[in-house]
Design a protein around this ligand. Sequence first.
Ligand code: GDG
Length: 476
Amino acid sequence: MKNNRLIIISYRLPFSIQVQNKVTTVKPSSGGLVTAVKSLDLSASSQKPVWIGCADFTQRTWEKHRHEVNDDFEYVPVFLDKATNKHFYNGFANSVLWPLFHYFPSYVDYHDEDLAAYQTANQQVCEKVMELLQPNDLVWVHDYHFLALPQLIREQEPKATIGFFLHIPFPSNELLRLLPRRCRDYLLTGLLGADLIGFHTNDYLIHFLKSVQLNLGLPHTLAKIFNQDRAVQCQAFPIGINYGLYNDGYNQPEVIEERRALKESYPGKIIFSVDRLDYTKGVMQRLDALEAFLQAHPEWKGNLVFILVVIPSRDEIQTYWERKQMIEQAVGRINGKFATLTWVPIVYRYASLSFPQLLALYTACDVAMITPLRDGMNLVAKEFVASRQDQQGVLLLSELTGAANELGEALLVNPLDEYEVADQLNAGLTMAPEEQQRRIAIMQQRIAGYDVKQWANEFFESLLTARRGQEKSPVR
Ligand code: GDG
């Protein structure tokens, strides 16, 4: 590791530079990927790691403000032109790959020009990598925006060490085959340029192996694909969280104060959910389930509140802003139907939360209702469990999340079955404190035992091993 420099590639850099009313602010951004990469133990490496991502600011703004960004990494923005970025990011990445990989084929809006922009963007990022690449660098490519990048780098530098991690599900080939053949072959071949490909779960891994076999005819074992003269290692690495950060957060003064204020405002039971605005997160179905629950259990009226927080996301894409309107209508309708003159069932907020507010909600609620229709992992579920230093609270979790594989002590539900969800919501609200404690304690042990640092370091180790294997015994 001492002689290895890390090059991270992700669509977003871990900060944003915003100019509003002629005032520029540089803000670090959060989220699973950023926390994960930042908690890597890079102390052994003698060189500063590099982070390449697409800029959402101009080159001029960057020149003026780059010194304000923290210097843990050497940040290298790639400036895509506006049209390319739109067709690449809103188009192919988020209107083809995102819906398809999350099992929403009817939301796919495929255009050849979007695929062309995806190819251009991957090519431009590859050029940036090639400008910087040194012999012992480890390249770590993240997520569905750059499925083609490993092979592009490999063609330019056959000896490069390249790891890839997919943060979203890899779907069954039945979904992938809906893409034009040239497109799916391009994506799969692109990925196979890596030495190591990581997924959140074994299911995603198996789907990938099967797709490679069916589409490209390449043989594989359970962990390796044999691609001409190279063996590509494939493995599941379920992403973890910074356990200590969430567990210790319980006692932070601002969290205690926010929690006190919440408990004072809502003396009954609190149900909580937080998601980015996204059809995959199942907010509409969650509202249907709440309605079915209030209908079936009138005894709860006046005695609980559902705090529904939705974080703005991808609002340039039609299906996203349409969803916002649908959610707002449903909240209005349900509140109108069940409210009394002194009580409303749903408190809805469409904005981000500060970290103390998020922690206060995790630790004040009685039930965390996390019911995506599909989710690669879902970090919110793990963060909720970790934050409960009091070992109270119930996790109501969709079985269609990657996290469900590790959190079997949650109340697992099919998010599409509103009656099951309503029923389990009632079970959560009435669960005995000893049972809550028993379940949370087991899940905490598991999450603490494989945190984000271990996740990232294990990926790293496997990448180095895969590379060493490649050098020792190339497949002939
Ligand atoms: C993708 C995959 C996979 C959210 N709202 C606020 C806030 N957050 C933080 C949460 C959590 C993260 O953002 C969201 O992570 P999720 O995993 O739940 O979902 P995606 O954004 O869809 O992430 C997903 C993940 O990548 C990692 O591989 O698990 O399946 O889709 O950390 O805490 N943080 C603050 N305020 C908010 O309002 N401070």
